[in-house]
Structure formats: C-alpha cells, structure tokens
Design a protein around this ligand. Structure first.
Ligand code: GDP
Ligand code: MG
Length: 293
C-alpha cells in the first residue's frame, strides 16, 4: 500500500481545479474562467488499487502581496508545498512563456519529487509543439516526470496517476476510504454559491466577494440553508441583486440545484446580500470569516 499528499501548483487559470475534479471524478473544487476562484486549500482524496492519493489544491502563486486576501492566498500556496510527497506543477501549453524562477526556487526548497504536467494539449495544433517545451523544462529543473495532458478531455491522466502513485511513499491509508474531502458540507455549499456568482457576474464583479453560511438546518427530508453574500460597496450589492432581483434569483436557483445534487436532499436556499466595507483588506475580518491560518 502507498499513501501520501500531492500538491497541485501553478499560475491561476492553467487548469489545476479542472485536473483535480477530473482525477477525482467529482466536483469538489470549483472551476471558472476567472483566475483566483480557488481561495482555499482543498483536500481531495482518491483511493485506487493499493494506494491513497490525497490532493491539495492550491491557489495560484502571486507576485504581489498588496492586500490581505492576496497575502493569505500566498501563504496557503507556499505552506502547501511543505511536507507534501509529490508536487504536480501544472503549466498551460498555450500561454506558457518561460519558467517562473520564483516557483523553481520554491520547488528546490521543498525537495519533493516534481511532475511537470503540460496541460491544454488538446488545443495545440500539433503534438510536436510540445517538444521544445520539454527541452526548455529539462534545462531548468530536474523534474521526475514531464507529462503532456489535457485535464479537460482526460488525455494522459492515467499516465499521470500512475506516476504519482509510483512516487508516493509506502504506508497505509491516511483517511477512511469512504471520505472524499475533509471540508465540511457548509464550506462546499458556500463554494457552490460563490461559483455561480462568479460565473454570472464575471465582468462586473471584483474578487471582493464572499459567501458565508449563516444557517444549515436539516429538517426531516428538507435542508434549510441561509447564506449571506458579502460585498464591499453598496454599488456591488445592487449588481449582485440585479434588476428586479434577477441575478440573485438565477444564482439562487442554479446553486440550489447543485447543492441538492451534492447533499441528495431537497434544499430551501435563502440568499441575502450585505455590505461589509473593506472585508478583503482586513486580516481580522478574514479570520472571522474562516480564511485565517
Ligand atoms: P485553475 O485556476 O488553475 O484552477 O484553472 P481552472 O481549472 O479553473 O481552469 C481555467 C480554465 O481553463 C477553465 O475555463 C477550464 O475549463 C480551462 N481548462 C482547464 N484544463 C483544460 C484543458 O485541458 N484544455 C482546455 N482546452 N481547457 C482547459
Ligand atoms: Mg482553481
């Protein structure tokens, strides 16, 4: 038996969440076209023959640490490398320009085996286009494996999974085998709501938006959930609600359907919008919202 922790790192939007969801075959971490949708370190657990792979999804690493939220994101991304058994560095074969020196430094410090996963190869006009990429990579760092993949189409993920398993240390399961994630249901519910908001309002809304679950009550066959969407300014509240409440209504309906699927129960979802000035730039409110260390 093999078991261990695997960190998925890389710039925002390269396909880390898509890869994790695809490997796990379930929607645990949220994905969207916008960078920085993943705010939390999420454990996804995959039990295969003779092995347990525990995935840690990380937010992208950011150069600037201007605001408290970004500082938190950076901390999570860095600490997630410590003590992991395998690191998967995901890069986008289309937008790649050069190997990030900061990431390479961090990989050297972490001392864990590193797999370079070259993603989105389904969009390359020719497979040969990946060759110069592989050469450049080999010159910059001693990767244990270099694997071209498509997280979206599922190409080569079996190879990736096999290589990960090979690199894991020997040991028995870390978590019970029926467990898929260590995140509580409430957290996953708030992420589902936030995902719908980001998808619907992507052009109008800044990253300054969070969802907290105020009530989560199981009553026989019905689950009653009260969720509050926090925004920074009055104007953002107007946007989130939309004309005649149409945005909030659509988000609520889509989120409810997803949540019902996840919880396998009827859900009554009550959505509210509140203004809390400067929440993303205040460590204390971050902590009170559960983003703290
Ligand atoms: P993350 O920020 O690294 O977690 O990236 P996401 O997983 O959220 O993906 C960002 C975008 O890239 C989404 O629109 C995905 O559908 C898309 N994407 C991810 N993997 C692939 C892939 O293999 N091929 C293509 N064509 N698109 C992908
Ligand atoms: Mg992500």
């Amino acid at each position: 038996m093999k078991a261990g922790f695997v960190a998925i790192i890389g710039q925002p939007n390269v396909g880390k969440s898509t890869l994790l969801n695809r490997i796990l075959g379930q929607k645990l971490s949220i994905t969207s076209r916008r960078p920085q949708t993943t705010r939390h370190q999420i454990l996804g657990i995959k039990n295969v023959d003779q092995a347990q792979i525990v995935f840690v999804d990380t937010p992208g690493m950011h150069g600037k640490e201007k605001r408290a939220l970004n500082r938190y994101l950076n901390r999570t991304a860095n600490t997630s490398l410590v003590g992991v058994d395998v690191i998967i560095w995901v890069v986008d074969s289309l937008t790649w320009h050069e190997f990030d020196a900061v990431i390479i430094e961090k990989l050297k410090q972490a001392k864990s085996p590193v797999i370079l996963a070259i993603n989105k190869t389904d969009q390359l006009k020719s497979k040969a286009l990946v060759l110069p990429f592989l050469d450049a990579a080999k010159n910059r760092f001693e990767f244990n494996e270099l694997i071209p993949i498509s997280a979206l189409k599922g190409n080569n993920l079996d190879v990736l999974e096999r290589k990960i398993t090979e690199l894991l240390p020997n040991g028995s399961s870390i978590f019970p085998e029926d467990m898929i994630t260590d995140r509580p249901e409430k957290f996953r519910v708030s992420e589902m709501i936030r995902e719908k908001l980001v998808r619907r309002l992507c052009h109008e809304l800044p990253h300054a938006l969070t969802v907290i679950i105020e009530r989560f009550e199981k009553k026989r066959s019905l689950i009653h959930i009260v969720a509050v969407i926090l925004v920074e300014r009055e104007g953002q509240k107007v946007i989130v609600i939309g004309r005649n409440g149409e945005n909030l209504k659509a988000v609520g309906q889509q989120a409810r359907e997803d949540i019902e699927g996840m919880l396998e129960a009827k859900v009554f979802l009550d959505l509210w919008v509140k203004v809390k000035r400067g929440w993303s730039d205040n460590e204390r409110s971050l902590n009170s919202l559960g983003y703290g260390g």
